[in-house]
Design a protein around this ligand. Structure first.
Ligand code: 5AD
Ligand code: SF4
Length: 480
């Protein structure tokens, strides 16, 4: 573990060394400062957390909010707040550009409100050139930290509140997993649960292993305890989160498989639904398929990133499976769980990808018939092996293939959705519909969204809904 800039805090000597006690100590100190400052201002101090990127970041943001809430800031929807933090993503270049763009707007707010504090964290901060640029050209930022020390947020806020200079604390990696810090959940009835952090796969296009560090699994007992607490607090659905959940537990002192973990989680009384993401095809075991088939709680949905259908490109991507192995997993899944929804991620325009390679991808799409697919244009991430590949594909070619893929993916997805019309399924009600307040919106086990007449009292309940009309990617339904 390394710190780039660790300004000595005088009170360090009194601060507990052990975590999470140390963070609770800093929460108390920060709380006193927030109280003083809000008394002076004659109003509560406000915060805004903006999340970019994936579900891991969404979960991390709940941790940030839990701390901000504990130290006495109140949440607001606007970025014109006393404390604004961007939890950033760097998986593709446009994610980075978005952050720089929005920092411009934040700086104008800060000119109006000089006491405002601006913080940045997340994957993008793990890149040296980003921090360098921020240090040089974005001097108005108060606090910068990365993915490995997010558990230190309370301590870092306190430091930023008590010193004038920019606080920068980026760790290169960590083996530490700090449990039991406060979390402010977005939904009362469902929650993400980290089961592992980091990634060891080094797919050649991907920056994640460099910014999220090596794979670390949480102890099963900690995961179970967290879910039991969530259930006691009203949660009925959990989403188990990891970059590659299928390799969960391999490096624990007492190794356990992901399928075994699922068996344990299934036993938790009161928990109704279990989801997980993301599965890597190379580690997807028959044991997992068996557990899913037998389970009453695991949702009938598998997100299984394909990335490419070309054996040659898959090899270049360092994915460790080929087209046939991927298709055979899909066949096994469908045999064991006939109504399972399968979704995927696909990259178009990986260096060296030819029209023939692309047609292989299209062939897999047609064979599998995905219920939905996230399609991405390859984005060059500096530091990854693929970025140095001299055979970058011309943008016009990539765009044409991308458009063709998108059309095919959408055509198949809407055909598949149509097949369920008229059927009745269990639906977990998530919210009152944003556009039509007479409707509520919920999710089926297969992750499809359905809107149907109802009111806020249904939120968090699982009810039977008939899918009356398919509207392409969602349904209009009615309770039965
Ligand atoms: N360019 C485009 N897409 C990428 N992904 C990861 N890295 C890149 C990149 N450099 C996609 C993959 C992954 C998803 C989360 O993001 O498809 O599964
Ligand atoms: Fe990136 Fe591959 Fe790890 Fe997924 S499995 S986070 S695509 S390196």
């Amino acid at each position: 573990m390394e710190t780039a800039n660790k300004t000595a805090i005088q009170i360090e000597a009194e601060a507990p060394v052990m975590e999470p006690q140390r963070q609770f100590y800093f929460m108390d100190l920060a709380k006193k400062l927030v109280e003083e400052r809000s008394k002076k201002a004659g109003r509560p101090l406000t915060f805004h957390v903006e999340t970019f990127g994936c579900q891991m970041n969404a979960r991390d943001s709940e941790k940030l909010k839990g701390i901000l809430d504990t130290i006495g800031f109140v949440p607001v929807d606007t970025e014109e707040a006393d404390f604004v933090i961007y939890n950033t993503c760097t998986v593709r270049e446009n994610a980075n550009n978005k952050v720089y763009g929005r920092l411009g707007t934040l700086s104008t707010y800060k000119k109006k409100h000089p006491d405002m504090m601006i913080a940045l964290c997340g994957c993008m901060m793990q890149e040296e050139h980003v921090v360098q640029k921020l240090r040089e050209s974005y001097r108005f930022v108060d606090l910068i930290f990365g993915t490995h020390n997010i558990f230190k947020f309370a301590e870092l806020i306190y430091q930023a509140m008590t010193q004038k200079e920019m606080v920068i604390d980026i760790w290169k990696d960590t083996t530490e997993i700090v449990e039991e810090l406060p979390i402010d959940r977005k939904y009362s009835f469902k929650s993400g649960v980290n089961i592992m952090f980091g990634c060891n796969n080094f797919c050649s296009y991907c920056i994640v292993p460099y910014v999220r560090g090596r794979e670390r699994s949480r102890e099963p007992k900690d995961i179970i305890r967290e879910i039991e607490k969530l259930v006691a607090d009203g949660v009925v659905e959990v989403m188990l989160l990891g970059q590659n959940v299928n390799s969960y537990g391999k490096n624990l002192e007492q190794p356990i498989t992901f399928a075994q973990l699922l068996r344990e989680i299934e036993k938790i009384e009161g928990l109704e639904r279990i989801r997980f993401m993301t599965s890597h095809p190379k580690d997807l075991s028959d044991e997992l398929i068996e557990v899913m088939a037998q389970s009453k709680k695991i949702c009938k949905h598998m997100h299984l990133p394909l990335q490419s259908g070309s054996d040659r490109i898959l090899k270049e991507m360092n994915r460790h499976y080929d087209k046939e192995r991927y298709l055979s997993i899909v066949r096994k899944l469908r045999e064991a769980i006939p109504d399972i929804a399968i979704t995927t991620d696909i990259i178009v325009g990986f260096p060296g990808e030819t029209r023939e390679d692309f047609l292989e991808t299209l062939d897999v799409v047609r064979q599998v018939r995905y219920d939905s697919a996230f399609t991405f244009i390859y984005s060059k991430r500096s530091g990854t092996p693929a970025a140095d590949n001299p055979n970058q594909v011309p943008p016009e070619e990539v765009k044409a293939n991308f458009d063709e893929l998108l059309q095919e993916v959408q055509r198949i997805a809407s055909e598949k959705a149509k097949e369920l019309e008229g059927k009745t399924y269990e639906c977990l009600v998530e919210q009152v519909n944003e556009h039509d307040k007479s409707l509520v919106s919920g999710r089926l086990s297969n992750n499809s969204i359905v809107h149907f007449p109802g009111d806020a009292s249904l939120i968090g309940q699982i009810v039977d809904v008939k899918l009356e009309e398919c509207k392409g990617f969602y349904y209009i339904g009615a309770r039965v």
